[in-house]
Ligand binder design. Structure first.
Ligand code: PRP
Length: 184
């Protein structure tokens, strides 16, 4: 008998369990597969947070596509947005005339996606859309249209399934709400 998973132990409660996430991921993948039929889909994983979501989502997409990766940052080690977006790892290929789908784990203030979409638009893709697993709508500062949303969630500190606090908690199949005493 070992301990239960540390992410679960450090969660006040589980917000989205694995079954709920996977069901919604499959629905999103089905819609994306239909919408991008006969297009040049390039799905872009925004590291690191969207790694689990991206992997599960793209396994369910049934049309030909390319998978690409980018790393941007808008946060320090604390829990609020700094308002700055820095490209840490850029796309390696030209996206001109490609149909780009940005895949993110969470949209919070919207600053990251606002700046990122402005940057990618300058590279002249055929189209540019956003798929986001979690949407904390009440925290929005920057205007941003999210085309595919997994779940709208309350303004809570979420961890697991790619989402971290100070680099930890990403490696869990469910999404929990971090116990307040661990970050306050
Ligand atoms: C998170 C998330 C988004 C961004 C959302 O990334 O993955 O990119 O913050 O916040 P915003 O809407 O307020 O801009 P983070 O910078 O924490 O990096 P990570 O994905 O590597 O954890």
């Amino acid at each position: 008998m070992g301990r239960t998973h540390y992410v679960r132990e450090d969660s006040e409660r589980i917000l989205l369990d694995q079954e709920t996430i996977m069901k919604r991921v499959a629905e999103l993948a089905k819609q994306i597969s239909a919408d991008y039929e006969n297009k040049n889909l390039v799905a872009v994983c925004i590291l690191k947070g969207s790694v689990m979501f991206f992997s599960d989502l793209m396994k369910e997409v049934t049309i030909p596509c390319e998978l690409e990766f980018m790393s941007v940052s808008s946060y320090g080690s604390g829990s609020s947005s700094s308002g700055n977006v820095k490209i840490k790892y850029d796309l390696q290929d030209d996206i001109r005339d490609k149909d780009i789908l940005i895949v993110e784990d969470i949209v919070d203030s919207g600053i990251t996606l606002h700046n990122l979409t402005n940057l990618l638009k300058q590279r002249n893709p055929a189209s540019l859309k956003i798929c986001c697993l979690l949407d904390k709508k009440e925290r929005r500062v920057a205007e941003i249209d999210v085309d595919y949303v997994g779940f709208e969630i309350p303004d809570e500190f979420v961890i697991g399934y790619g989402l971290d606090f100070d680099g930890k908690y990403r490696n869990y199949g469910e999404i929990g709400i971090l116990k307040r005493e661990l970050y306050e």
